[in-house]
Ligand binder design. Structure first.
Ligand code: MLT
Length: 275
């Protein structure tokens, strides 16, 4: 079984692949995708265990990475497994047949970086939104594992429900009750097992700063000025590794694509124009 994908736009240009934040799914991209240039095919992916995608032990075996990197095992939760599952979208029967602009927001950015390391030939340009390249501290990883355990033991989204307050920026929370309610509903829709798997996979992720240092194709780093989970300093650090400057989105928090879809679409359109 493959990851579930959603074709948000059709066309014949360079495709855009969108990888969502945690604990959400591909629905977070709809408004932004509608603002991308006409003729751009846009595929939004539900990452493993999130949205309508299966949990990793029911995914097809991971495809073989292009370099000497070890193929991922699907026994321990790993973003390498997620990246290999995304790479399978380019294999026979998948929706993609040429390199794409791969844009990941937060957890989606971690997966995009794993994809860039493991399957760089699939990426025409890399967009890292509200994310970071560094690994978790041991304390942060332990916290994620406690959240995973709690999601399983309570068989609920209880431990991640409060995230609506940290994902959205202060300005959005003060002025957009509709968006707050929307994000809360999307969190409510997720499966506890998918939340647990994703948290354990993020806890185990590697530092991917070196992927940035060696990246030699077009890239974009963008962050909300009010992003708490991955603050602008993280974006500045990633952009420095890529030899570029971050785009800072005013009055937006961690979910820039939802909070300021037009600015994100303009930045991605500029990236597409560089190809
Ligand atoms: C996300 O938005 O994907 C999460 O905040 C990522 C994380 O927990 O590090």
């Amino acid at each position: 079984m493959r990851l579930t994908t959603h074709t948000l736009r059709s066309g014949t240009g360079t495709p855009v692949v969108l990888l969502h934040a945690f604990p959400l799914d591909a629905r977070m991209w709809a408004e932004m995708a509608a603002l991308l240039p006409a003729g751009t095919p846009v595929i939004a992916v539900d990452l493993p265990g999130m949205g309508a995608s299966p949990l990793p032990d029911t995914l097809a075996p991971a495809s073989t990475p292009s370099s000497d990197i070890t193929p991922s095992s699907d026994t321990a939760p790993s973003l390498d497994t997620a990246a290999d599952a995304v790479a399978a979208l380019w294999t026979e029967g998948g929706p993609l047949d040429r390199p794409a602009v791969v844009a990941g927001l937060s957890m989606g950015g971690y997966v995009a970086l794993a994809l860039a390391e493991r399957h760089p030939e699939l990426i025409a340009a890399l967009a890292l939104l509200d994310t970071k390249a560094v690994a978790d501290t041991s304390e942060a990883a332990a916290h994620r594992r406690r959240i995973a355990d709690e999601a399983e033991h309570t068989d609920s989204v209880d431990p991640v429900r409060p995230m609506v307050n940290t994902l959205l920026g202060e300005s959005t929370r003060a002025t957009r009750p509709d968006l707050v309610a929307q994000v809360a509903d999307w969190i409510e829709d997720q499966r506890p097992a998918g939340i647990a798997w994703s948290q354990r996979a993020m806890a185990a992720r590697a530092d991917r700063t070196l992927v940035l240092r060696s990246w030699n194709r077009p890239s974009l780093v963008l962050v909300g000025a009010e992003d708490g989970p991955t603050p602008p300093e993280q974006a500045t650090a990633m952009a420095a590794e890529l030899g570029t400057e971050p785009v800072i989105v005013p009055a937006a928090g961690h979910l820039t694509a939802l909070e300021s879809p037009l600015i994100v679409a303009e930045a991605l359109s500029a990236l597409l124009a560089r190809l």
